[in-house]
Write a protein that binds this ligand. Structure first.
Ligand code: AMP
Ligand code: MG
Length: 185
């Protein structure tokens, strides 16, 4: 297995899907946001992970590259991250070329859900500070993720796999992810 990127907009459920998949496979997983949060918190820049995307962009990019260097040293892993981060200044690529060069993904998996499901999940998740947005913005963000995923693929030769995480079909989504991790498809 090569390095696998798992991305999905907040509320798509990628952390839940990854949590279940981890019960079935024994590969190394890393959460990109955890690495960035540790770096930002230790510098006193944030107190919760949802503040990271509002930091000055230079700082976001500096801790982004720091995290990429850490992941590079881990070898082949499954990475929970984002294709694009919605910042006040626009969409920030989660995997700009200097990150891709370090992580070298073999597969980029996009976890998607319907906008209605995402709105509902964001409202339910009290552990996170997630902006309430219109369906159209969710559609736009998922579209930007598809576009950026394919661009990352063009740059690296990785493939892009889209998996759906709809309400009542979580375990199908988990099965899809486990299959990608175990068999590559
Ligand atoms: P998450 O818990 O996956 O939503 O990640 C928490 C935060 O970490 C995100 O809201 C982003 O601000 C940041 N983050 C995660 N992955 C990346 C990335 N590849 N590039 C830049 N920021 C990221
Ligand atoms: Mg998450």
């Amino acid at each position: 297995m090569g390095t696998i990127i798992i991305a999905g907009i907040p509320g798509a459920g990628k952390t839940t899907v990854i949590g279940k998949a981890r019960e079935e496979v024994s590969v190394k997983f890393v959460n990109y946001g955890d690495l960035m949060f540790e770096a930002a918190r230790s510098r006193g820049d944030v107190t919760n992970r949802d503040e990271i995307r509002s930091l000055p962009l230079d700082l976001q990019k500096a801790i982004q590259i720091d995290a990429a260097e850490k992941i590079e040293r881990m070898g082949k892993v499954v990475v929970d991250t984002h294709c694009t981060i919605k910042t006040p200044k626009g969409f920030l690529p989660g995997l700009p070329v200097w990150v891709l060069e370090r992580i070298k993904p073999e597969v980029i998996v996009l976890v998607e859900a319907y906008p209605s499901e995402i709105v509902e999940r964001r409202a339910k998740d009290q552990t996170r500070i997630r902006e309430k947005v219109a369906f159209k913005e969710i559609e736009e963000h998922q579209l930007m993720n598809r576009i950026s995923a394919m661009s990352y693929a063009v740059l690296t030769g990785a493939t892009v796999k889209i998996i759906s995480n709809h309400n009542h079909s979580l375990m199908e989504c988990v099965r899809d992810l486990v299959r990608i991790i175990e068999k590559g498809d």
